[in-house]
Design a protein around this ligand. Structure first.
Ligand code: SAH
Ligand code: SF4
Ligand code: F3S
Length: 474
């Protein structure tokens, strides 16, 4: 899943959310989310389920009756952050013994009962497929028991639950189109925490996009760990499930969402290099409202390392996919994810990562050093043999190359005019607004008479490696 710049911040800080309740006299829920966009999207389902039960949400942890933390296990430090926060919440429980503390999401699924029994940090543990059970689990805790539901499902997609939008902006939002992952990349914990891949009913996806557009949203991002393997009404083996219903591929789904309205922008995340088809690129090229931006995680530029990572492609295959993007959607910006210091990575193999970055010319990258995760293929098969300081040094080299590439890419935008969707008022000055162009570049410009949700043509004048600034075009 693509990690937005914003998300990194959220991953570090966690993010509390607040909104109205159907029954203001009900109990107060403090809901904190960490990790990828999928987790933030799941929190909207959780809020919907509990608001239906009369809860209201609060941003003030001191007034909470129930604290729920929706957590991430992707790297060791993501879990550490949650543990630190949990021990703070536990101090509150000493003062207020009726406070319910629950853990949701990937850490809940990975650690299961350990969090209750060994670590004694929480009252309630609910995995990503168990959120419908939350009202029961909370009731169990209220009767003095500990409650756990970490069953993973092959079917659950929460398709019928209308998520309560937790972002206050009301301009951009996420729609989960599938859950789980069947890929088994050797470094990755997600298949263990999210279970088997399953696609959501396309009608419910299109209806959700339409509903968001009716409510004033101007952009939706279709979410999945590997959107290219979205498939409706077809089994993994390619057999049609119901002959009376059409099958739907990701390219077809994206087209359906694009047709909701030309004024609704469509993004998606994350594409997988082994599965990304030309069909998807042709649909992108055909519809102006499908944003010209692809997040295509490479992880490493060396084929041997990619093999150990079990990514299912080589450097050459990846570069051929990049060539296809540049051929079919030439104006697209491309971003990636990179892991440095994976098991057995030599200095030459690391150089291959630096060289593929320059060869592709990524506009943006999310960069990490390898963090071994329990139960993954890599943990069982390979030694985590690269010293931490080497992993970190390689990471800083990757970051340096990325900074150069971003600066170069952004310098080329000067003098060009882009349609920008305003998302909010700049934090630095009320006279400026920020938004993104189709290529996902953040653009800052004078507010004038505009408001969030407006599309404005902006000519770029200045740039840094992170953002560009401009003025409204004549
Ligand atoms: N489904 C998405 C990835 C989701 S995780 C995809 O395949 O692209 C987001 C990113 O976290 C991954 O792309 C990878 O770069 C990074 N990541 C995953 N596991 C990691 C680990 N054990 N150590 C360091 N980074 C990791
Ligand atoms: Fe993890 Fe690979 Fe699945 Fe992405 S595609 S979630 S990296 S296993
Ligand atoms: Fe997402 Fe973290 Fe889980 S990246 S899928 S919340 S392990």
């Amino acid at each position: 899943m693509q990690i937005e710049e914003k998300k990194i911040d959220e991953e570090i800080q966690g993010q509390a959310t607040m909104l109205e309740s159907k029954n203001p006299s009900g109990k107060k829920l403090y809901l904190e989310s960490y990790g990828c966009q999928m987790n933030f999207s799941d929190s909207e389902v959780v809020a919907s389920i509990l608001i239906d039960q009369g809860y209201s949400t609060t941003k003030d942890v001191e007034e909470a009756d129930v604290i729920l933390m929706n957590t991430c296990s992707i790297r060791e430090n993501a879990e550490q952050r949650v543990r630190n926060k949990l021990s703070q919440h536990n101090k509150r429980k000493k003062q207020n013994p009726s406070l319910v503390i629950g853990i949701l999401g990937c850490m809940a699924e990975r650690l299961k009962k350990d969090l209750l029994e060994q670590e004694k940090l929480v009252d309630l543990v609910a995995g990503p497929d168990a959120y419908r059970d939350l009202p029961n689990l909370i009731s169990e805790v209220e009767t003095g028991q500990k409650a756990v539901n970490v069953l993973l499902s092959r079917e659950e997609t929460y398709a019928d639950i209308a998520p309560v939008r937790l972002d206050k902006g009301g301009v951009t939002g996420f729609i989960s189109i599938m859950r789980g992952c069947d890929n088994m990349c050797s470094f990755c914990v997600v298949p263990f925490t999210r279970g088997r891949e399953r696609s959501r009913d396309p009608q419910s996806i299109v209806a959700e996009a339409q509903d968001m557009f009716n409510k004033g949203y101007k952009e939706v991002t279709l979410l999945g760990q590997n959107v290219d393997s979205y498939k409706w009404n077809v089994t993994k083996k390619g057999e049609i499930i119901d002959p009376n219903q059409p099958t739907v591929s990701f390219a077809e789904l994206m087209e359906k969402v694009a047709l909701v309205d030309p004024a609704l922008r469509v993004r998606f995340s994350t594409s997988h290099p082994k599965d990304m088809t030309d069909d998807v690129l042709h649909v992108m090229a055909k519809y102006e409202n499908i944003c010209k931006y692809i997040h295509l995680p490479v992880q490493s530029g060396n084929s041997e390392v990619l093999k150990r990572m079990n990514r299912g492609y080589t450097r050459e295959w990846y570069l051929e996919r990049i060539a296809a993007i540049k051929r079919i959607v030439p104006e697209a910006f491309i971003s990636t994810d990179i892991i440095t210091g994976f098991c057995g990575e030599t200095e030459e193999q690391h150089q291959d990562t630096l060289s593929i970055m320059r060869e592709v010319g990524y506009e943006f990258s999310y960069m990490f050093f390898y963090s071994e995760r329990p139960k993954t293929l890599a943990e069982r098969k390979f030694e985590d043999d690269i010293p931490l300081e080497v992993k970190k040094r390689r990471l800083s080299e990757v970051q340096e190359v990325q900074a150069e590439l971003a600066l170069e890419a952004n310098s080329k935008t000067v003098g060009k005019t882009y349609e920008v969707l305003i998302e909010g008022i700049s934090k630095r000055s009320d006279d400026f607004v920020y938004g993104r162009n189709s290529q996902n570049l953040t653009v800052i410009f004078p507010k004038g008479d505009h408001k969030p949700g407006d599309y404005v043509n902006v000519t770029i004048q200045e740039y840094t490696s992170a953002t560009v600034k401009g003025i409204e075009a004549n």
